[in-house]
Ligand binder design. Structure first.
Ligand SMILES: [Zn+2]
Length: 410
């Protein structure tokens, strides 16, 4: 069952016509008829020129949204196929999804009373919303507005704790699939902003107003961990040398910058114009030294700020390929599998809810995906399989259950 790929085809014929479908499961879209044997022979008693669905197992030339012919028996059968192509049914219930950034849907975490959005992808689109049913339990979680059906529902919790949503699609062989999350007490984390400007006190690397804008979006991203970073103070230093920090040969100047301020009790963020010899717009010391603080440049995006704040919370970078210290490693193009994202897998959903997604593609959705140009924002529930910064392939602790939610720079 787990490899079934349902497709929908339309046929027409006369009532009481007989059909045979080789090796597949057939049922009517109106739910009136279910055929479960591999050699199916039955009478068409409910055919109204509508549609029915066929579940295919190991079907040769499996249709994938294209124009593959669907064989519904022999030509002399007294019905005809209205469509000579199949529209695959697709059901995805992704814990880690690109849908909705910077407000992450199907979030791993949230705080009490905050409304979250949960999404199931169900194709083809002519499967009605009313066929998609949700139930939820735990953490006092309930449906906003009482709407517990459709491709998108909104939930809010009344207290902390874990919750589970169960999604069922009527008239399909899909088993009820489970989406999980946790509701956490909200944490406020102080941010101490340090802005470099030139020797004369002009041309700051960033205005406080612009930093506020970046932080506002970063905080939307961080709602999935129930953390709010709040700007507590801003200070300036007049030092033209620090507007451009060299990272070409050594990190001495960078180390000096990051030592500007210490033990503030929150996160220290330093703003410069740019890094010389590097194309990234934000940098944190390697994770073991992440407590030194976060540096961003004039061109930093909200995502890069949010990513660096992830390092401040103790999370490492994750890559799909990496060369480091003479080592190289690259993920295969294998599909996601449960052992590679154990806490972010939807029980009973085909392929954990991810359709035909490869693990290396999945990484492109993660906030801790290590490339600065990425706009990925998801914090998963737990560890994810990938390549670490030393080019080692392993499960990396880039998730909500792995972080400190009360980070402090030193
Ligand atoms: Zn990073």
């Amino acid at each position: 069952m787990s490899n079934a790929l349902p497709v929908r085809v339309a046929v027409s014929g006369l009532v009481d016509d007989a059909i045979t479908v080789d090796g597949n499961q057939v049922w009517w879209a109106n739910g009136a008829k279910v055929f479960e044997d591999f050699e199916v022979t039955d009478s068409i008693t409910n055919l109204a020129g509508g549609s029915f669905r066929v579940d295919l197992y190991d079907w040769p030339d499996l249709p994938n949204g294209g124009d593959n012919e669907v064989r519904l028996g022999r030509e002399d059968y007294p019905f005809r196929v209205e469509w000579t192509w199949a529209v695959p049914m697709d059901f995805r219930l992704e814990h880690i999804t690109t849908n909705g950034a910077p407000l992450v849907v199907n979030p791993s975490g949230t705080e009490p009373t905050r409304e979250i959005t949960c999404v199931a992808t169900v194709l083809p689109t002519n499967i009605p919303d009313s066929d998609i049913h949700w139930e939820v339990s735990g953490a006092g979680m309930d449906f906003v507005g009482g709407t517990n059906w459709g491709r998108e529902v909104h939930l809010a919790a009344t207290r902390t704790g874990d919750w589970v949503a169960i999604v069922t699609v009527s008239n399909s062989t899909l088993r009820p699939a489970r989406l999980r999350g946790t509701v956490l007490e909200k944490k406020d984390v102080n941010v101490y902003l340090h802005i470099v400007r030139d020797d004369n006190g002009n041309n700051p690397a960033m205005t406080v107003e612009h930093f506020d804008e970046l932080l506002a979006v970063a905080n939307q991203i961080w709602e999935q961990a129930a953390i709010n970073f709040q700007l507590t103070s801003d200070v300036y230093t007049n030092k033209t040398d620090w507007l451009e920090i060299s990272v070409t040969n050594n990190f001495e100047e960078y180390g000096q910058l990051q030592s500007w301020s210490s033990n503030t009790g929150g996160i220290e963020v330093y703003c410069i114009n740019r890094f010389d010899g590097a194309n990234y717009n934000a940098l944190t010391w390697t994770v073991s030294d992440a407590k030194a603080g976060v540096t961003i440049t004039t061109n930093a995006t909200s995502r890069s700020l949010a990513h660096e704040l992830g390092h401040a919370c103790g999370l490492p970078d994750i890559y799909e390929s990496r060369a480091s210290g003479g080592q190289t490693a690259s993920l295969s193009s294998n599909l996601v599998q449960q052992s590679w994202l154990p806490q972010d897998w939807c029980a009973n959903a085909p392929n954990g809810g991810y359709g035909q997604l490869q693990q290396r593609q999945l990484l492109h959705r993660l906030l801790m995906y290590g490339y600065a140009e990425s706009d990925a924002v998801v914090i998963p529930a737990g560890p994810i399989h990938g390549i670490d910064r030393h080019a080692v392939e392993t499960n990396l602790k880039v998730g909500l259950s792995n972080m400190t939610r009360e980070p402090q720079s030193w």
